[in-house]
Write a protein that binds this ligand. Sequence first.
Ligand SMILES: Nc1ncnc2c1ncn2[C@@H]1O[C@H](COP(=O)(O)OP(=O)(O)OP(=O)(O)O)[C@@H](O)[C@H]1O
Ligand SMILES: [Mg+2]
Length: 237
Amino acid sequence: MTEPTASPAVPLLEAVAVTRYFEDGQVTALKDVSLQIDSGDYVALVGKSGSGKSTLLNLLGGLDHPTSGAIRYRGKDLSEFGDPAQFRSSELGFVFQSFHLISVLTAEQNVQMPMFESSLRAPERRERAAELLERVGLTHRARHLPQQLSVGERQRVAIARALANRPSLLLADEPTGNLDSSTAESIFALFDSLHADGMTLLLITHDPLLSERARRTWTLRDGRLGEADDDAKPESA
Ligand SMILES: Nc1ncnc2c1ncn2[C@@H]1O[C@H](COP(=O)(O)OP(=O)(O)OP(=O)(O)O)[C@@H](O)[C@H]1O
Ligand SMILES: [Mg+2]
């Protein structure tokens, strides 16, 4: 009855002594940051503007490279992944702070974009995009271009797109930063249900209502990472 299991010692995502300088060392965005995210974690990353949050998320998602230190996904250095784009599209959902939607594509086409890297056929892609747009409350805006959408609607298209390939890990940069409180609440509920279904989440947020729902809160201060005062919250066993 001994089933092979993944070693629990290997975190899903890990940063080891990561430092990121910009402008030939004149700007230190991150300083000696080490962290571990285990499968099933739900982490909120908070900190003042300019503290390094987006820089850290970009590094963790393989969109940028550390000046020194290492980022590992399931124990493997991100630089060893043959095709980083393939890794991102199959394992990772990423919500950019400024969304990065494709301006000439409609909402439903934007949501389908990551699915072109998957084996889904056109009808399945359309169905999945429709289902995701429904989950973020945008069924009625499926055929609209980004410029025809409000900022909060664009943000929700970006969330739907990040979920397209059912990623193991969702990295989201201020995913509810442009939403009114009741729309934000529906997105919080979506994150809760994704987490309940086994997704690992790391969300940057300024919204205490969102960080309260996470299991752990990390704070960046001037590029250095600390666990928040309340530390790991008790598991709701
Ligand atoms: N490409 C870059 N070139 C130079 N400096 C940069 C670059 N990207 C970020 N920085 C600097 O690194 C620091 C951290 O920036 P970052 O975008 O990570 O902050 P943040 O915590 O996400 O802020 P915000 O809450 O405003 O989004 C800032 O001082 C910023 O000016
Ligand atoms: Mg930022």
